[in-house]
Design a protein around this ligand. Structure first.
Ligand SMILES: Cc1cc2nc3c(=O)[nH]c(=O)nc-3n(C[C@H](O)[C@H](O)[C@H](O)COP(=O)(O)OP(=O)(O)OC[C@H]3O[C@@H](n4cnc5c(N)ncnc54)[C@H](O)[C@@H]3O)c2cc1C
Length: 447
């Protein structure tokens, strides 16, 4: 890459990527836990897609029973440390806390959950669950992200032989390879992988189903299959110049940053991120924290329509990211390396099929912005070629079609959950869906 931003001192990187929400001390955790009103109707529990019994685990923290708190949390959610650190709590559990109605700060549920889960892993993962005796049935799971791991853990507890097939050498899905390092560390995700393995789940890494092993083989060798493949490769920008040096896909860039080998990740001095979803925001803030002088985000709709969460947007603004709304890239310019983006101003027209007003070009409004690096973050595509190998599995609106109650696809032997059925949501949704599928698989095997 040309015009690389100078590398920083190691200490500076650590400061830039320090945790957004530092952990509670024991005293502060107990004090916060004692604020909980233990509401009779637990709106926080309803707001959590995995329905963790939040007031009960908080009560346990308040009484010093931290191991019991971890048990209550894990009863509902197998990736609870990741969720504690990375969930958008202000729109989920904490957003539902009754303290909000009184204009008082909600209970810090995420930090309390993290307190219990940190202690659990620091104390060497004491055994809290004993899997049922083996029932002779086996389930094959494709993908070791939060959806696959949750499904696997739940089935292993019920006595199934569970094998996960994971394409990457290191499992955990986007919990390991996607979530911003100022939210959580890879080690947190790998602890959760170890927990799932401790229940007897086998994870075959470096195995891409559909390539190294045929999907039909898995269908033959297992009584049921769960598909938790997430979303596949990044979508292309489809403008001239996309192949120039210095133009990278957001997920490739983010994956490198999650390794925390800061100095090995090159970032341009002037960076443009195309897109305005949560992934785009992560890419922008990470580029800035790696030392880019200037990071701008280019989005063809207005601030109102941007898909990123409000708090992610605020985080980016605090990091000094510049937002170019109602702006669309037309061409990436440069001889070998990207040197500028030709943009055009947009205006919003009539609503499209999705109800959102469609952006239209403003004729003659082209302008150029000099850049050294472009990070493309305009969505991900489902791996249709793999899914095509699964008889009865259908795709609707870019996602695998399932019965939302059972997570069963059109093939009675195949279930699915996580980003591949939603088109991209949160870790907590994937965790909930993996678990729901496991219960449905168990129910169908018993019937
Ligand atoms: C950059 C980024 C940041 C995010 N930040 C947050 C956040 O802060 N908070 C939050 O709650 N959510 C966040 N999310 C969303 C969250 O990570 C996902 O919703 C969640 O990981 C989906 O889980 P999953 O198990 O469905 O898929 P994934 O986590 O994508 O896991 C799928 C796994 O399947 C494997 N796989 C795919 N195809 C095959 C195959 N053919 N054979 C074998 N293995 C295969 C993949 O290698 C991968 O390990 C973020 C997403 C991104 C992209």
């Amino acid at each position: 890459m040309k015009n690389i931003a100078p590398k920083l001192e190691e200490k500076q990187y650590e400061e830039n990527f320090a945790e957004l929400h530092p952990p509670f001390t024991s005293n502060s955790a107990v004090a916060e836990a004692n604020r909980c009103l233990y509401c009779y109707d637990s709106p926080c529990m309803k707001a959590c897609p995995t329905h963790i019994d939040i007031s009960t685990f908080i009560k346990k923290i308040a009484t010093g029973n931290v191991k019991g708190a971890a048990k209550t949390i894990l009863d509902s959610n197998w990736v609870a440390l990741t969720c504690a650190k990375a969930c958008p709590v202000d729109v989920l559990c904490e957003g539902a806390c009754v303290y909000n109605e009184r204009n008082e700060p909600p209970i810090q549920i995420g930090r309390l959950q993290r307190y219990a889960m940190d202690r659990y892993f620091e104390n060497g993962m004491p055994q809290l669950f004993i899997p049922a005796e083996k029932n002779g049935r086996s389930v094959g799971i494709v993908g070791a992200g939060p959806a696959g791991l949750s499904c696997a853990a739940e089935l292993a507890l019920k006595g199934y032989n569970v094998t996960i097939y994971e394409a990457k050498k290191i499992p955990g899905g986007l919990d390991t390879w996607g979530i911003a390092p100022y939210k959580m560390r890879q080690a947190d995700s790998l602890n959760e992988v170890r927990l799932v393995e401790s229940l007897g789940v086998k994870i075959n890494t470096g195995v891409t189903v559909g390539k190294e092993i045929a999907a039909s083989e898995l269908l033959k060798s297992h009584d049921a299959m769960f598909i938790g493949i997430g979303l596949g490769s990044s979508a292309r920008l489809e403008v001239p110049g996309e192949k120039l040096d210095g133009v990278v896909e957001a997920l490739d860039f983010i994956e490198k940053v999650t390794t925390r080998k800061w100095r090995s990740v090159d970032v341009g001095r002037r960076v443009a991120v195309i897109g305005a979803g949560n992934t785009a925001i992560d890419a922008a803030t990470e580029a800035k924290r790696l030392g880019a002088d200037q990071v701008m985000m280019i989005y063809r709709r207005s601030e109102r329509e941007m898909p990123a969460y409000r708090y992610e947007f605020e985080l980016a603004k605090n990091d000094g990211i510049i937002f170019h709304f109602l702006t669309s890239p037309k061409r990436l310019l440069g001889t070998k390396h990207v040197e500028a983006i030709e943009c055009i101003s947009m205006r919003l027209g009539q609503p499209g099929k999705d109800g959102r007003r469609r952006p239209e070009e403003v004729p003659g409004s082209e302008f150029q912005v000099p850049v050294d690096m472009v990070i493309v973050s305009v969505g991900q595509n489902l791996d249709k070629s793999f899914l095509a190998q699964l008889p009865g599995v259908t795709i609707e609106n870019g996602a695998v079609k399932v019965d939302p109650e059972t997570m069963r696809t059109g093939n009675p032997k195949i279930y699915a959950g996580g980003d591949c059925i939603s088109g991209g949501q949160e870790v907590v949704n994937a965790a909930a869906e993996g678990k729901r599928a496991a219960r449905a698989i168990d129910a169908s095997m018993r019937s």
